[in-house]
Ligand binder design. Structure first.
Ligand SMILES: Cc1cc2nc3c(=O)[nH]c(=O)nc-3n(C[C@H](O)[C@H](O)[C@H](O)COP(=O)(O)OP(=O)(O)OC[C@H]3O[C@@H](n4cnc5c(N)ncnc54)[C@H](O)[C@@H]3O)c2cc1C
Length: 462
């Protein structure tokens, strides 16, 4: 018997779609090439320490019991409880530019006052921008795009404020260089400045395990170490997949979270190179995770996330060099409001833009030394914005675009996927659909909503 749906990828979007389908008694199988679940949001153990791959902070924070907002919607759709996320709110984050500082927490009013006091001449323009954001339907699935930069420039005259607004939103959710689609800008603005950050107090593991348990309990099948080598087609339809092992699995529908181009390359059919979905992503990062012998707060670093930029303008694009150390992110997973008895090792994560080609082309013997060299350069840049924690480092782990490609298959290690999004999830085949990063809703909450949206739209029709 063919499966009703095969899902490629055991990341957040794949599980969200799988849970929806299994809940409605569809026979569904998730196939994952890697030996573990999670994709871009996985977890690992190294030298006796647990690490999260892709968790700085969960955006779209909402207090337990809230009835509105993306988080409560996805909990309802997946029949999860607030305790499954166990989200603790952030302490406070900031955007730091030369001689400028904007602080924010999970209360838009606080941020609004920050903008008014730091940029008094921009007060009216910023209020107009807030109205435009409120009125915009950012979740449309029509695929219409508009330049956020042009829209911001129509209401704000200070380029520094524009850059300071873009900086966190781009770092946490833009696949496009130096500009964003306005809908994506609105999604990220609401996710970060309106709703804000939270973190599951035990990291991503418990949430991922809840998703996998829920999926299996509903009858879903999960096959790890089961990479899809080929999507099998007959005319305008897919009929199933061939695994790396050569095994063939039949299905009435295939839903892929691997990425647009990555999925098209799996099809045993030529796809015109002019198809915009053929544009690969290009934005990727290098990140160092430091384990410390004390909490960052004991070193007087109490910020949750610091987005910094030391240049005159904020440049968000693949750097010409290996990395761009002019800007970056400093995240401390310890700086959330945790229950009093919560004990956790001190951690600092420092992230900067990286050039995917540089890292993928490096000969193996040069890879480690280059990682260490650039890790040190990024650390020096970050130390201009936080206390010097170097005497307290117990362990260091660095990953690059090359690591991301190796573990998730995303071309160029592109964390936010292709610049061209396929909002309605359609592909050139009638029953092959996309969810996840290249459908367009990115991040942890975005990926979950993407799986839900595409499952509801195409795979749960009567
Ligand atoms: C370093 C880092 C930090 C991040 N920080 C945050 C954060 O703080 N907050 C936030 O909200 N988001 C963050 N993100 C982004 C977030 O993790 C992702 O947006 C989200 O996890 C994407 O989920 P997805 O399901 O779309 O894709 P993925 O997680 O990429 O899932 C796709 C899966 O498909 C599998 N696959 C691919 N090809 C095949 C194949 N041929 N056969 C079988 N399986 C295949 C891959 O192995 C992968 O498991 C971060 C990401 C990274 C990398």
């Amino acid at each position: 018997m063919p499966y009703d749906t095969i899902i490629i990828g055991a990341g957040l979007s794949g599980f969200a779609a799988g849970i929806r389908l299994a809940h409605f008694e569809k026979s569904v199988c998730i196939l994952e090439r890697h030996y573990t679940i999670g994709g871009l949001n996985s977890f690992y153990r190294l030298r006796n320490r647990n690490h999260d791959v892709g968790l700085h902070a969960v955006t779209n924070y909402a207090a337990p019991g809230s009835k509105t907002g993306p988080l409560s919607k996805l909990l309802r759709q997946l029949r999860l409880s607030w305790d499954d996320f166990a989200l603790c709110p952030q302490i406070e984050s900031s955007v730091r530019f030369p001689d400028r500082l904007l602080r924010f927490n999970n209360d838009l009013e606080f941020f609004r006052h920050q903008v008014h006091s730091q940029f008094p001449s921009q007060k009216d323009g910023f209020e107009r921008l807030l109205s435009m954001i409120e009125e915009h339907n950012e979740l449309h699935l029509t695929g219409e795009t508009a330049s956020a930069r042009e829209i911001l420039q129509s209401v704000l005259t200070d380029p520094v404020l524009i850059d300071m607004l873009f900086c966190p939103l781009m770092f946490y959710g833009s696949p496009t260089r130096n500009d964003m689609d306005f809908s994506q800008f609105v999604i990220m603005f609401k996710a970060i400045f309106e709703q804000g950050f939270g973190r599951p107090f035990k990291g991503i593991r418990p949430l991922m395990k809840t998703l996998v348990n829920r999926f299996r309990k509903l009858g879903g099948e999960l096959k790890l170490r089961s990479g899809v080598q080929k999507i099998l087609t007959r005319g305008k339809r897919t009929v199933g997949v061939m695994l790396d092992s050569g095994e063939v699995l039949e299905a009435n529908n295939v839903l892929s979270s691997a990425g647009s181009l990555e999925t098209l390359q799996l099809c045993d059919q030529e796809v015109p190179a002019t198809d915009p979905a053929m544009a690969p992503g290009e934005i990727s990062f290098i990140e160092t995770i430091y384990s410390l012998d004390r909490l960052p707060a004991e070193l007087e670093h109490e910020q949750t996330v610091v987005f910094f930029n030391d240049a005159d303008r904020f440049h968000y694009q693949p750097p010409d060099d290996a990395c761009d150390v002019r800007s970056g992110i400093i995240c401390s997973p310890n700086n959330f409001v945790y229950p009093e008895d919560h004990v956790e090792e001190g951690r600092i994560r420092i992230t900067a833009l990286a050039n995917p080609g540089f890292w993928s082309d490096l000969p193996e013997p040069d890879y480690l030394p280059q990682k260490e060299d650039w890790g040190n350069q990024i650390l020096s840049a970050a130390l201009k914005h936080m206390p010097d924690f170097r005497p307290h480092i117990l362990d260091t782990d660095i990953f690059t675009p090359r690591t991301i490609t190796r573990f998730t298959g995303h071309i160029n290690g592109a964390v936010y996927g292709s610049p061209h999004k396929v909002r309605d999830g359609h592909t050139h085949l009638d029953n092959l659909f996309l969810c996840g990063t290249d459908q367009g809703f990115v991040g942890i909450v975005g990926a979950l909503l993407s799986g839900i949206t595409i499952a509801n739209l195409h795979l749960l029709k009567p």
